[in-house]
Write a protein that binds this ligand. Sequence first.
Ligand SMILES: C[S@@+](CC[C@H](N)C(=O)[O-])C[C@H]1O[C@@H](n2cnc3c(N)ncnc32)[C@H](O)[C@@H]1O
Length: 346
Amino acid sequence: MHDIVQDYYGRQLQHSGDLKTSACCDISQVPEWLKPLLSRIHPEVLSRYYGCGLVCPPLLTGCRVLDLGCGSGRDVYALAQLVGPTGEVVGVDMTDEQLAVAERHRAFHAEAFGYDNVRFVQGYIERLDELGLEPGSFDVIVSNCVVNLSPDKDAVLSGVQRLLKPGGEFFFSDVYADRRVPAAVRNDPVLYGECLGGALYWNDFLRLSHRQGFIDPRLVTDRPLAITDPALQPRVGNLHFYSATYRLFKLDTLETACEDHGQAVVYRGSIPDCPERFVLDKHHSIETGRVFPVCGNTWRMLHDTRFASHFDFIGDFSRHFGLFAGCGGGLPFDTAGTDAGVTPCC
Ligand SMILES: C[S@@+](CC[C@H](N)C(=O)[O-])C[C@H]1O[C@@H](n2cnc3c(N)ncnc32)[C@H](O)[C@@H]1O
């Protein structure tokens, strides 16, 4: 599979417009705050962007960030501006042609930003231990439309777990399916290269995360993907695909369900660019100044991470009130605009 993917991203695709699905975000989906950052990035880097989501979580100043499958480096150069001169961003990719574009424009970006805080490493994301990266040394690991391409996703998450600092997070966008992808789709080189063939059934992704010690994966955003190439559409049949961004915290105290300890948090409104509310995930948009009840896991994701100083914390773990209301179950993605949620007439 590595050879097929290297050929696809190294030789067959030349720019974002060559993709055959709506996986790649268009400019209308880019938030306002990101536009000035992207405007400082070299056009050739931007033209070879093949991501499917936004991998810039808040509060990155001074952080060490690793980008798995960085491609030509669009996200690396955006993140470089967010971490600033006291932070560092390392991009890993296996494809020569992609890394050559990223490297070619390093001096251009150092000049534009006023500092050089990026590094690119050639290698496989399944073998992160071979790249000389120090275990427990990254605050945040990101990845944009890459894990689906890996033939060994357990190895990828195991490497992420090893490289993250305690309290760090894997914040990544990828493609998921609403059911297990059949062999005919998985073995189709174009569907694989297009990030569909290797996509995980969402519930298998949750199992994979649990297996690798990420006990409470949090869905941040999602959107259905359209197969825009008419020749590919019949080949996927009734499968539905979604682009989704998850955040996985490295916290060894998380529980397998959201337990209610009667706790709450109050957001201080102090995270840059988030004065009105802090969005932890799709179900936790925490308004500034409001007492916001949380389960034990959410409490820990705010209390034991880089977000702690931006919250006041009410309560502790001394009491337990049962399962937190509204926890879990069912397809987590919005199905609007697809036929996935339509029940056929009996
Ligand atoms: C869909 S592109 C996304 C590139 C980049 N993240 C972006 O947003 O433009 C997938 C990238 O992942 C890289 N890749 C895929 N599988 C990989 C693996 N197992 N190890 C390292 N890089 C990989 C490919 O070379 C390619 O550059």
